[in-house]
Design a protein around this ligand. Structure first.
Ligand SMILES: Nc1ncnc2c1ncn2[C@@H]1O[C@H](COP(=O)(O)OP(=O)(O)O)[C@@H](O)[C@H]1O
Ligand SMILES: [Mg+2]
Length: 281
């Protein structure tokens, strides 16, 4: 394991596209407190187009607080937040969305009894000038959703089926496809795989890879290094609100990442405590 990457301000302006110098999003030494609780202190990271930045940490590490800063829910108390290399202060998640920063929360804000296609367009009908749904629009909406899901390789039998009948992985996949369709440049996913089994988690990881391959910058929050490692380009590890460092894929192995985020010493101690006494000793 080499040292964490140094976060330096970029000198060269660019477009924020793949391989260019300016990240889509950047926080520099961001801090956030709630009353007396320091939720985040001095945390820096960057999100680049066509890359997956993983944010890892145990419960209470500050992961959700960081993504709420990135997604316009909170303004940091200290430090800087930059979008396309320029300081940004969003008044609401809607402002962030208008800049192409889409967040998919664990609870997903979908209506279980409504169809897949209605959920896909939920909240977007008005902003896209749809007005009251007319017959023509419904036909078109179904077609768009069917095509979008297919183009992401998502196999949903029937877009008229209620979202509640989909598996957790399928629901996450629909939410990712929706964000891509509505023009997201940055996709922020708060623990999308945490409630899922191995197979379903694999499904979601595949769509994260698809979004990345389409050039989106992805922020993937998880407490599971097994999910993060295969897909991540960079790994930011948080512990009790502070950064334990940000590592490129080449700088850290999966085992090192696991022990870093779990507190390697604590795990070794636990293994020692739980092991059977040596019969010879
Ligand atoms: N709105 C809030 N009010 C008070 N404390 C908060 C609030 N949000 C988060 N915290 C505290 O900040 C710390 C980090 O929380 P959070 O960002 O949710 O961590 P994580 O998502 O990694 O589990 C925790 O100690 C949490 O209790
Ligand atoms: Mg959280």
């Amino acid at each position: 394991m080499t040292g964490p990457e140094e976060i330096r301000p970029d000198a060269v302006p660019g477009t924020g596209g793949p391989g260019t110098a300016v990240p889509l999003l950047e926080v520099r030494r961001a801090g956030k407190t709630f009353g007396g609780v320091i939720a985040l202190r001095d945390v820096s990271t960057r999100v680049r187009a066509g890359e997956v930045t993983c944010v890892l940490g145990d419960n209470g590490a500050g992961k959700s607080t960081l993504i709420k800063i990135l997604s316009g829910v909170y303004v940091p108390d200290s430090g800087e937040y930059l979008v396309d290399g320029a300081p940004a202060a969003f008044g609401s998640p809607r402002d962030a969305l208008d800049r192409g920063i889409a967040t998919v929360y664990q609870d997903l804000a979908m209506i279980p009894l409504m169809s897949v296609w209605r959920n896909f367009f939920l909240g977007s009908e008005l902003s896209r000038g749809w007005g009251p749904l007319r017959r023509f629009d419904v036909v078109r909406a179904r077609r768009v959703v069917r095509e979008e899901l297919r183009s992401m390789g998502i196999d949903i039998r029937d877009v008229d089926q209620p979202v509640g009948t989909l598996s957790g992985g399928e629901r996450q996949s629909v939410a990712i496809a929706r964000a891509v369709y509505f023009g997201a440049r940055v996709l922020i996913l708060d623990e999308p795989t945490s409630a899922l089994g191995v197979k379903q988690a694999g499904v979601v990881l595949r769509y994260i890879a698809q979004a990345r391959d389409r050039g989106l910058g992805v922020v993937f929050i998880t407490h599971n290094p097994q999910h993060a490692y295969p897909i991540g380009d960079r790994f930011l590890v948080l512990n009790r609100g502070t950064s334990l460092g940000e590592y490129g894929k080449g700088d850290i192995t999966r085992d090192e990442l696991t022990s870093l985020m779990a507190g390697g010493a604590e795990l070794e101690q636990l293994a020692h405590e739980l092991g059977r006494p040596d019969p010879a000793g």
